[in-house]
Design a protein around this ligand. Structure first.
Ligand code: ZN
Length: 145
């Protein structure tokens, strides 16, 4: 099981989904994790309270890149409230002992649950999500520090 998860993280790191910049984006944010050096530039097109398009660029470790890739897949097409809700649940998954989310949306996100055992990597895994929160609430910059 663990190997399968690792493979998925490596795959998303090697071939990140939704990479680039959204044309005519109406929400964006830059995220920075100084502990590891991960950076992310996130652009979104939000229409009628729904995430119509989301893309990211930047550079960072395998965990941060895979997490950004998985995050964009998870929130694509979701409402802003659903995206907030996913952020909160993702955050609980990587920080709270014993928190298990077996919902359909977490079928893929669960590959990152293992970072809980490595506190230094939690910020790598949550960077994309914090950046998403900032973009959706109109803040253009976020640091995980
Ligand atoms: Zn990192």
């Amino acid at each position: 099981m663990r190997e399968l998860y690792q493979e998925m993280i490596l795959d998303h790191n090697k071939r990140p989904r939704n990479q680039g910049v959204v044309d005519e984006a109406n929400a964006h944010a830059d995220g920075h994790n100084p502990l590891c050096g991960d950076t992310i530039h996130l652009t979104l097109m939000v229409e009628g309270g729904r995430v119509k398009d989301v893309k990211f660029e930047g550079h960072g470790c395998a965990i941060s890149t895979a997490s950004a890739s998985l995050m964009t897949e998870a929130v694509m097409g979701k409402t802003v409230e659903q995206a907030h809700d996913l952020f909160q649940r993702f955050h609980r998954m990587v920080t709270e002992d014993g928190y298990v989310d077996d919902s359909e949306e977490f079928e893929r996100l669960v590959v990152l649950a293992g970072v809980k055992e490595f506190p230094n990597r939690v910020k790598c895994a949550t960077l994309a999500w914090h950046t998403l929160e900032s973009a959706l609430s109109g803040q253009a910059e976020v640091s995980t520090e």
